[in-house]
Design a protein around this ligand. Structure first.
Ligand code: URA
Length: 205
């Protein structure tokens, strides 16, 4: 009889995917970046948050959403009554895309080809974590989660069904709030972001 090969437990499979992603060469973004920034959080998380790509600080740190956008996300999530530690947090694209300008590295939006090249990692994370709700923050995340363009303005703020039956929520990216020039608009958009995030609360209860 053939030897029985045990399926790896999801936690080990996730660790294996993370290790494999560390040497991913599926698109050119790996070369100038410091490291692959894979998702983080419990393997049995009921909610998965998806951002765009690591920023400058995440690229250096190795974990998602630890820089200014992460602080904004943490604040809004807390205000919405969500415990970030119970969620799995990741990005559509797992390398920082930037252009150097003097000593600084300026963020560049990922191209559709890069989102596509990185999508198998997100699919692996979804397969292993199997969240009940996937929250796509911003257009890049929405594109990766749905596998097609999903305009944020038209689709945000309500529960949507994914093809696999899972539920999804689209909202803005926290960096969008940081880029708004005036305080009033920022306060208003921040409040809307918090309202959107509140839809995730029953999934974490
Ligand atoms: N912006 C993102 O989309 N993801 C991060 O991890 C950090 C900033």
């Amino acid at each position: 009889p053939a030897p029985q090969v045990a399926e790896p437990v999801p936690q080990d499979a996730l660790a294996a995917a993370r290790a494999e992603a560390a040497s991913c060469r599926a698109c050119p973004l790996w070369a100038p970046a410091t490291q692959t920034v894979f998702g983080a959080g419990p393997v049995d998380a009921p909610v998965m948050f998806v951002g765009e790509q690591p920023g400058d600080q995440e690229d250096l740190d190795g974990r998602p959403f630890v820089g200014p956008a992460g602080k904004m996300f943490d604040r809004a999530a807390q205000e919405a009554g969500l415990e970030r530690a119970r969620a799995y947090v990741t990005n559509a694209v797992k390398h920082f895309k930037f252009v150097p300008r003097g000593k600084r590295r300026i963020h560049q939006s990922p191209a559709v080809a890069e989102i596509r090249a990185c999508r198998p990692w997100l699919m692996r994370e979804l397969e292993l974590v199997r969240p009940k709700l996937v929250v796509a923050m911003g257009a890049t995340a929405a594109q990766a989660v749905f596998g097609k363009a999903m305009p944020v303005g038209k689709n945000r703020g309500r529960l949507l069904a994914l093809e696999d039956g899972r539920q999804a929520l689209i909202t803005v990216h926290p960096s969008y709030l940081l880029r708004l020039p005036d305080a009033a608009a920022q306060a208003e958009e921040y409040a809307r972001f918090v309202e959107d995030l509140k839809l995730a609360r029953p999934f974490l209860a």
